[in-house]
Design a protein around this ligand. Structure first.
Ligand code: ZN
Length: 242
């Protein structure tokens, strides 16, 4: 089975559509690691598109915020405004779909979580120390996470030594049995200074992973965000990949 691994679409339908086109014919099933909505202008379109595909989807912190399951006082004011707008805009059918999403999932050699296996909704794995602390919190060889919007592979070399490898886009990597925490990056709001949409392909049986990047029409998303009077900082960050 070939898996399209995506995360953090963040209501950016243009980026999502572009990823689906770029990966066309290369996958059988979608794994989505959460944050389908929040920040972007197209929450319903993104949820509805994903629901049409054979998929497994987890809940992320922004999905929970849209469901009023989180205290959003910890969000910055721009993110809070986006949450309010998303709540008002989501159809009740799509809200119910978000409500039913699981927080973690284990399938074959893979544990899936939005943020981290230790704290599936909240924790940011941004460096090797946090990655290292998370290895005891899952049982399978590999764990897939999103949340930071930065593609990376953390590999446990020894109990005390974890390495971080930046992606080699378009190059297949055979997962060698060593324990790894892998982030495919963000479809709809990359934060690694590369504005291109990020995603990955996985051969589930052969354990072959491939990080990929594809440019999309950022300005058309920004136009919709301006039309809905979304915060300017959220609009500007898309073209910077920040
Ligand atoms: Zn996110």
């Amino acid at each position: 089975m070939r898996i399209l691994v995506i995360s953090d679409i963040h209501a950016n339908y243009t980026a999502f559509e572009t990823v689906l086109k770029d990966a066309q014919g290369m996958w059988d099933y979608v794994w989505c690691l959460g944050d389908v909505v929040g920040y972007g202008p197209d929450p319903n379109d993104c949820v509805e598109k994903l629901r049409e595909l054979p998929h497994l989807c987890l809940a992320g912190n922004h999905d929970w915020a849209a469901l009023d399951r989180l205290d959003i006082r910890t969000f910055n004011p721009d993110a809070r405004r986006a949450v309010d707008w998303t709540r008002e805009t989501l159809t009740s059918d799509n809200t119910h779909w978000l409500e039913a999403l699981p927080v973690t999932f284990v399938i074959g050699d893979y544990t899936l979580a939005h943020a981290s296996p230790r704290e599936p909704i909240w924790e940011y794995i941004l460096e090797t120390k946090t990655a290292s602390d998370n290895f005891p919190h899952f049982e399978t060889p590999y764990c897939l996470v999103g949340h930071t919007h930065q593609p990376v592979i953390y590999e446990q070399v020894t109990e005390y030594d974890t390495t971080a490898t930046r992606p080699n886009y378009g190059k297949q990597r055979h997962l060698n049995g060593r324990r790894q925490i892998i982030n495919p990056g963000s479809v709809g709001q990359p934060r690694d200074t590369d504005p291109r949409a990020a995603y990955a392909l996985l051969d589930f049986e052969k354990n072959i992973w491939e990080h990929r990047r594809v440019p999309y029409d950022v300005s058309s998303v920004q136009r919709r965000m301006r039309q809905y009077r979304m915060p300017e900082r959220l609009i500007a960050r898309l073209e910077m990949g920040m």
